[in-house]
Design a protein around this ligand. Structure first.
Ligand code: ADP
Ligand code: ADP
Ligand code: ZN
Length: 212
């Protein structure tokens, strides 16, 4: 099964993907996590990606598509995956469709998590990530048991540079799923919209229901 999670920054894609992959066994693939890993490791791709990420802009399609398509050729993605943060436009969506078609697969579900802007700003401002395993927390809504440390792996928690209020506004404008991307999946009859402005468990339950 191949699933796409759509939604603006802060909608809860990463958080929900972690919950859903635990219960479904699907592989979680986040292009944002892949870029951040490259930045951390100081690769050429990381240096390039960082220059866009710091400004709250999309990394060029060519680079992003190449990285993602390479990733899904690995054996652990043979049975399916849950994409989080990809595709972000129709060019990326078409490239993914084509790659999946080439192996007899297709996107089974596109789940759009909808949350109003004011709520997104509050979520991103309080977001903390684990440096080691990438787990997502919120200082008020979903705090770790001990401040500054990851519940799962005890790793150090940090706040992303691009979650600063000045960058967040730009990101919300540039990173929202565009209308034609949503139409792409509506036309393919796989789109389902989920109300993301509720507690974490309710959103997870709706997403699981949509996957059934
Ligand atoms: P968020 O969790 O806030 O939605 P992500 O972690 O998905 O953000 O992405 C972080 C940054 O990585 C984006 O602002 C963008 O610069 C880059 N990025 C991630 N996914 C893509 C993509 N599919 N296409 C282009 N750039 C991307
Ligand atoms: P995305 O991957 O879509 O950018 P995240 O999963 O990183 O979003 O969530 C953004 C922030 O909002 C995180 O700090 C997370 O803990 C918090 N969050 C996610 N879902 C909810 C929710 N339903 N209610 C309250 N806070 C949430
Ligand atoms: Zn961790």
């Amino acid at each position: 099964m191949f699933v796409v999670l759509l939604g603006p920054p802060g909608a809860g894609k990463g958080t929900q993907a972690q919950r859903l992959t635990t219960s479904t066994g699907l592989l979680h693939l986040s292009t944002g996590d892949m870029f951040r890993e490259n930045v951390r490791e100081g690769t050429e791709l990381g240096t390039l990606a960082k220059s866009y990420m710091d400004r709250g802009e999309l990394v060029p399609d060519e680079v992003t598509i190449k990285m993602l398509l390479e990733r899904i050729t690995r054996p652990d993605a043979a049975e399916g995956a849950m994409f989080d943060g990809f595709p972000r436009n129709v060019v990326q969506a078409a490239a993914l469709d084509e790659a999946l078609q080439g192996r007899g697969d297709s996107i089974d579900h596109a789940l759009l998590i909808a949350v109003p802007d004011e709520e997104l700003v509050a979520r991103l401002g309080g977001r903390w990530l684990c440096r080691v395993c990438g787990a997502v927390y919120h200082e008020l809504n979903d705090p770790p048991s001990r401040p500054g440390a990851c519940d799962t792996c005890d790793g150090e928690l940090y706040q992303r540079d691009d979650d600063r209020p000045d960058v967040v506004r730009t990101r919300l404008e540039k990173m929202k799923p565009p209308a034609d991307l949503i139409d792409h999946y509506r036309d393919a009859d796989v789109l389902r919209e989920i109300d993301g402005e509720r507690d974490l468990d309710s959103v997870t339950a709706d997403l699981l229901e949509a996957l059934r």
